[in-house]
Design a protein around this ligand. Structure first.
Ligand code: BT5
Length: 253
């Protein structure tokens, strides 16, 4: 046994303090959110979906300090070390006409909160990635459950380069953010989350996909290339006159 304290884990704790669960829950209750912080879970989207199926009302927010089976879209994974980021899911019940906008509005809320709180110039890649330049800062996953929507958000906060799973990724700390306080960020994201014409127009303003040459990789495996012209009233991306409701976009130039 060594007498020396373990400097690496000490550093980690200072760098990555736990969320202040009670203070968060109290502060956010005023806005109608019911916040629960779990030390560890598989996927917060799975937890909230399960609760939704059991009759939970909209407004539930489940945050995990550590996710062991974080999910992306399709069969992809979301990987983040404990307390290095925010990984959470919210249960929403938007009007049916707004359903297709949910993931886009989630991205907008993250980008808005990041810009306000940290000074980092976050932008959006259609449909729902939050980027700094061309590096991914946050990912969103919306899943419909019994007429409600589970919106999952993963945001890299203090993640170090070598901890990021892919080259084209970044964190607030790596981008020189003014703050990496996760309590502040979580509150700001939830405050910024809303649905309306002003938000749809803000989305289009911050969407760096528009005007670009893109490749859209479609769910079936096909792909198309062209100019991303607009995000239409249903939140679809219009490329050379054709609207796409889902797909992975690659910014070509
Ligand atoms: C997403 O999927 O970006 C949606 C991620 C949603 C994660 C949240 S965390 C809370 C909630 N609970 C869950 O289980 N999920 C949600 P997609 O667009 O498919 O992108 C996934 C891809 O992003 C992966 O295949 C990697 O290439 C990359 N990736 C994984 N972890 C990343 C990270 N920490 N930072 C940047 N990129 C990452």
């Amino acid at each position: 046994m060594s007498d020396q304290p373990d400097q690496s884990s000490r550093y980690g704790d200072l760098d990555r303090p736990p969320l202040r669960a009670e203070a968060l829950a109290r502060a956010l209750a005023a806005d109608g959110w019911r916040v629960e912080v779990l030390p560890e879970t598989g996927s917060t989207n799975a937890v909230v979906a399960e609760r939704a199926r059991a009759g939970e009302e909209p407004g539930l927010v489940v945050v995990a300090e550590r996710q062991t089976a974080g999910r992306g879209r399709l069969d992809r994974q979301w990987l983040s070390p404990p307390r290095a980021g925010l990984t959470f899911s919210v249960l929403l019940a938007p009007p049916p006409a707004q359903l297709s906008w949910v993931p886009l509005m989630g991205g907008l809320a993250v980008a808005t909160a990041v810009r306000e709180q940290t000074g980092v110039d976050a932008v959006l890649k259609w449909p729902n990635d939050v980027l700094v330049g061309d590096r991914k800062l946050a990912g969103l996953l919306a899943e419909a459950v019994d007429g409600k929507v589970v919106l999952g958000i993963g945001l890299n906060v203090t993640t170090r380069r070598e901890e990021l799973p892919v080259e084209q990724a970044t964190s607030l700390a790596l981008e020189g953010a003014d703050t990496t306080d996760r309590d502040t960020l979580l509150r700001a994201v939830l405050r910024a989350l809303s649905f309306g014409e002003a938000q749809r127009s803000a989305y289009r303003q911050l969407c760096s996909t528009l005007g670009r040459q893109v490749r859209v990789e479609l769910p079936g495996g096909d792909s198309v290339e062209g100019t991303a012209q607009e995000v239409d009233d249903q939140g679809r991306l219009v490329v050379d006159g054709v609207a796409y409701a889902a797909g992975d976009v690659v910014h070509l130039r």
